[in-house]
Design a protein around this ligand. Sequence first.
Ligand code: UTP
Length: 293
Amino acid sequence: MRKVRKAVFPVAGLGTRFLPATKAIPKEMLTVVDRPVIQYVVDEAREAGIEHFIFVTGRNKAVIEDHFDIQFELYDTLEQRGKTDQLEMLRTMQPAPGQTSFTRQQEPLGLGHAVWCARDLVGNEPFALLLPDMIMQSEESCMKGMVELYRRTGNNVIGVQECDPDEAHKYGIVAKGAELHTGFEITGMVEKPAKGTAPTNLYINGRYILQPEIFQLLENQERGAGGEIQLTDAMLRLGKEQTLFGYHYRGNTYDCGSPEGFIEANLAFALQKPELREVVEGLIGKALGRPRD
Ligand code: UTP
């Protein structure tokens, strides 16, 4: 079985749900506690054993490339000032030379199109796909669990988790077949089902391991919902030729592409840090105690 060595991060979206913050700054560079959103996702991929990080970028996204580069002046200054902890942290987060690739999606034609833009960089091997605005919190990362399931099953693995059944119409929902190891066979997929018609409350959470055949399907994928080339439509076609497994992730996921999810992520990650927990609890209490306008 071929190892999952590469991960694709589509970061070419316009981030319209988060305007005006995302007018000049990519949403992936907004900070959750002390690091940009994209760093959490790259760390998750690295923890899962990924060796090469492929970013599909767009206009205004050059700062993402800078974030993963070495900053000699900064590193030198930290060294001279004896700030070894910070220096060590930056070095640990730093991808090794040659471990990153960047390509551009010139027009935001949809997630499926963004993934297709990475076809030559991925080549003929399975790859991980992580939507960078979804960040996750759990002891074992979602992608790590998915790579383990992939090692047992091969084929394609799609991360899913439970949502409130009343909210299912907002998500891509899967239908569940036979259980296998830590996953199950996906027997159907429906994007934003009409209220009350969802086959389960398991939604696709932005983590995928896909076989390279998806690229041929994306190549001639017609535009779907919203006039965009939809990954889900191509995955439905892939499911006719190959097995799609669902990996049931049980941790917390925050959608940092929206202000609500972003605020929740900041609170959750700050409360998880022992040095910040009490401070943040105090700040929340103080803010709640203030009279409303
Ligand atoms: P979203 O729909 O959440 O991102 O796409 P968006 O389009 O930036 O957000 P809004 O709705 O306007 O606020 C999911 C992921 O796919 C990427 C986005 O960057 C995001 O990580 N994407 C989406 C692309 O890379 N290219 C696209 O054409 C569309």
